[in-house]
Write a protein that binds this ligand. Sequence first.
Ligand SMILES: NC(=O)c1ccc[n+]([C@@H]2O[C@H](COP(=O)([O-])OP(=O)(O)OC[C@H]3O[C@@H](n4cnc5c(N)ncnc54)[C@H](OP(=O)(O)O)[C@@H]3O)[C@@H](O)[C@H]2O)c1
Length: 248
Amino acid sequence: MKVLILGGTTEASALASALAERSIPAEFSYAGRVAAPREQPIPTRVGGFGGAFGLARHLRAGGFSHLVDATHPFARQMSLNAVAAARDSGVHLIALTRPPWTPEPGDNWEHAADIPAAVEALAGPAQRVMLAIGRMHLDAFLGQPQHHYLLRLVDQPDTQPPLPRHTVTVDRGPFTIANDRALLRGHRIERVVCKNAGGSGAASKIVAARELGIPVLMIDRPELPARREAHRIDAVLDWLAHDTDLGV
Ligand SMILES: NC(=O)c1ccc[n+]([C@@H]2O[C@H](COP(=O)([O-])OP(=O)(O)OC[C@H]3O[C@@H](n4cnc5c(N)ncnc54)[C@H](OP(=O)(O)O)[C@@H]3O)[C@@H](O)[C@H]2O)c1
């Protein structure tokens, strides 16, 4: 057995530790978006594969038997490539996913289907907005330049973010409710915009917004391909063990 983990999430790192503890041969893959990614206890590669074809080639060349797609729910292209490459190479695929967040009593959520819809929903008078969507799609929010945006980014940006009024805070998850409460209060945030990532690593801003009565504009997940899924590390380990019992 040899496992390739497509990473970039808290859950992917937890799976890497679980495989290392069990001495299961595995490799970890990062896209390379972050300057100093978290170190992993298994061999790690960084950078794109060159589409589904490149991933299939990597799987075959590396003698992998299993592929775990543990990417973020908004990493849609990578998940599409994983399905296609697993099919082409005959490697067994599972996605380690987390259920989406759902509103609880006290939450004041508005939903947006995607980033353009979120930009549209921000039309109106200037507000102080926490824009917790990473750095990739900030340009889109130039469509609503009246707001002051608080940007939480993993790295200090090399170039100035495109938004005319903004503050950058550099931090990486997992975050805590106490810190996020202080952050929202300190920056007098009136609205939070975020992706429905699910999981615990980034949930604290939602809880803090609930406690402070701040409305949340929640960007819903993109549609992902149908594939075998597990929500827990031990379910992935069971799947690996089961496949091995069958002689795969
Ligand atoms: N999107 C988010 O909001 C978000 C949030 C937190 C973390 N992340 C993490 O950041 C990474 C990039 O996300 P994204 O939304 O930019 O992905 P994406 O749009 O689905 O992927 C674009 C391309 O980046 C490369 N790529 C993505 N994930 C990779 C991985 N784990 N290993 C090697 N190559 C990878 C692939 O390039 P090739 O086609 O050349 O193989 C892929 O086609 C992922 O690892 C994801 O888990 C994303």
